[in-house]
Design a protein around this ligand. Structure first.
Ligand code: GRF
Length: 193
């Protein structure tokens, strides 16, 4: 049986869409159980629905985090989901939630961690003047943008390029790296049938 993954987003959802296309195309052998967002306006939710994926909104706006996470727990259990993939999810999961699903939550971050954790990482790396930045895929632990690194891909800043150009190249790199890492991760954790 294919592993089941749920994807958490907050905005555009380009990483979620790339994973969805790769699942549909058989490149990534996983089923997407649902896509969910903390933000009902997340563009990616509408895009996921257009692909026929099940979508949900977590009640972060109306309820405390613990209750939004209870809802997420119920969705994950009811759908038999094995892996939780963060793809631009802007809320911080509680340490309790993370420890319940330790080793089963994956995140993508647009820098070479541990450099530039947190928000606006591409811009901060660009403005700092680094010559190499990149993308990290990692398991999520109780700290923010932290946990065992699964893969990293460097992106060299081209002298004279704009922030927009760097952002575009980082996002293209993310789309390739996330699926490539998931293929290896899901394969290595597959139980013999
Ligand atoms: C990506 O850069 C991801 O690394 C970061 O948030 C961004 C989400 O972009 N965590 P998108 O919503 O997948 O287009």
């Amino acid at each position: 049986m294919k592993p089941r993954v749920a994807i958490l987003i907050s905005g555009r959802g380009s990483n979620m869409l790339s994973i969805a296309h790769n699942c549909a195309g058989g490149i990534l052998k996983a089923d997407i159980s649902f896509v969910t967002a903390d933000n009902p306006e997340a563009e990616g939710l509408a895009e996921a629905a257009k692909l026929g994926l099940q979508t949900h909104v977590l009640p972060y706006g109306a309820l405390p985090r613990a209750q939004a996470e209870d809802r997420l727990d119920s969705l994950l259990s009811a759908s038999g989901t094995n892996w939780l993939l963060l793809a631009g999810f802007m809320k911080i999961l509680s340490p309790e939630f993370v420890s319940r699903r330790s080793g089963r939550i994956v995140n993508i971050h647009p820098s070479l961690l541990p450099s530039f954790p947190g928000v606006n990482s591409i811009k901060r790396a660009f403005e700092y003047g680094v010559s190499i930045t990149g993308v990290t895929v990692h398991l999520v632990d109780e700290m923010v943008d932290h946990g065992r690194i699964l893969s990293q891909e460097p992106v060299r800043i081209i002298p004279g390029e704009t922030l927009e150009s760097l952002e575009a190249r980082i996002h293209s790199t993310e789309h390739i790296l996330y699926t490539r890492t998931l293929i290896e991760l899901l394969d290595s954790s597959r139980q013999p049938e």
